[in-house]
Ligand binder design. Structure first.
Ligand SMILES: C[S@@+](CC[C@H](N)C(=O)[O-])C[C@H]1O[C@@H](n2cnc3c(N)ncnc32)[C@H](O)[C@@H]1O
Length: 349
């Protein structure tokens, strides 16, 4: 039996647990360290477990690592040398070779309870691996990752590849630097979708941006060299009124009628309208007729908060079923920058 530490968004923790049980036969749910961070055990080896998960492209499971070392913490500097020593032994056991490139990703649950920072843990473990094992630290593109989570008086550690972890970021928490030209926080959702779905924009063509205001996605699409039709009854950021961008100041359903009568098509259709997931999915299916044969569509689906009666994942799968009437589904993911929503990548059916 191998134990794993799983991260999802706190709101989608139950969806992540249900999804894992479907993917991994024999999975046993373990303790929850905080909402969105929980243990699970599986009869599979860490490689097999990772393969099962990676191949099924989970929507709600954001990050996974195998739990190989547990340390009782005293909340003093000895914790750091204990962790470093045990990780060094484990790296040797797993056959890590001198020169192998690693990074350490440390997280604290309730950081205020600890007398040290994640950075101090990272420093202690990394310097031990460099000095004792001859390994090389490579934060940007490591071949292996040491994951550390400290919660209460316990530390949970494991060694795995970024692929096995499903993300190269600690807990799958992808952070982007703010830039002065940024128009909205929503931009991060689009950037993360491009990265997670391994997507590149077409080199030229026209993108349709539904629910565009204030215009973050439109800004990125323009920057990528695309012409943009931004559809929204609300105002766009004044910086967006440049050649290449057309603002249709109205509702998506009205724009659809106009575009269809004019025989317009698009190489890319994006949708971030604030709208119930099922309504959005039905509308997106209508728009599928305007997508060029090689084009793709990217849509967010806004989900309800979980109640006893209503499961957001159930609404999401219903919405995806609707979308599949007009498109073929490529991937769906609850991204780090998605709040109460998921992002879906579609291509022409
Ligand atoms: C979350 S914001 C979009 C943010 C945008 N992606 C960005 O990067 O700045 C949602 C937008 O959907 C628009 N919206 C809601 N219903 C709409 C509809 N039926 N047609 C067009 N836009 C709609 C709202 O006016 C709002 O501006």
């Amino acid at each position: 039996v191998v134990k794993f530490l799983i991260t999802s968004s706190d709101e989608f923790q139950n969806a992540a647990k249900a999804e894992l049980k479907r993917i991994v036969p024999g999975l046993e749910e373990g303790e929850t360290l905080e909402p969105g961070l929980f243990l699970a055990s599986s009869p599979h080896s860490k490689a097999e477990f990772a393969r099962l998960i990676a191949e099924s492209h989970p929507i709600y499971v954001r990050h996974v690592f195998p739990l190989e070392i547990e340390v009782d913490l005293q909340n003093n500097p000895k914790d750091l040398t204990d962790m470093a020593e045990l990780v060094s032994q484990q790296a040797q056991k797993e056959g890590w070779q001198p020169g192998d490139q690693f990074s350490v990703q440390a997280r604290l649950v309730e950081p205020g309870m600890f007398s040290y920072s994640p950075f101090a843990i990272k420093e202690a473990v990394a310097s031990k691996l460099i000095a004792a094992n001859g390994l090389q630290e490579n934060i940007k593109a490591p071949a292996q990752v040491v994951s550390v989570v400290c919660a209460g008086n316990r530390a949970y550690l494991g060694l795995s590849t970024p692929q096995q972890n499903l993300s190269g970021w600690a807990g799958g928490m992808r952070h982007y630097a703010k830039r002065p030209e940024q128009i909205s926080r929503a931009e991060f959702k689009l950037l993360e979708a491009l990265e997670v779905f391994d997507l590149t924009f077409p080199e030229k063509g026209t993108a349709l941006d539904l629910g565009a205001a204030p215009g973050g996605w439109s800004r990125i699409l323009l920057e990528a060299g695309l012409k943009v039709i931004a559809v929204d009854p609300a105002n766009l950021d004044p910086r967006l009124y440049v050649p290449g961008l057309e603002h249709y100041r109205g509702y998506a359903a009205d724009f659809l009628k106009k575009a269809e009568s004019e025989g317009q098509t698009f190489d890319l259709i994006c949708n971030d309208m604030r709208m119930d997931a099922l309504v959005a999915a039905n509308l997106m299916v209508e728009f599928a007729r305007l997508l060029s044969p090689s084009g793709f569509a990217l849509t967010t689906l806004k989900l309800p908060h979980e109640t006893k009666k209503l499961k957001p994942a159930t609404v999401a799968s219903r919405a995806i079923n609707i979308l599949e009437k007009g498109y073929s589904l490529v991937r769906a993911k609850q991204l780090f920058h998605n709040r109460q929503e998921i992002t879906v990548l579609l291509k022409n059916a």
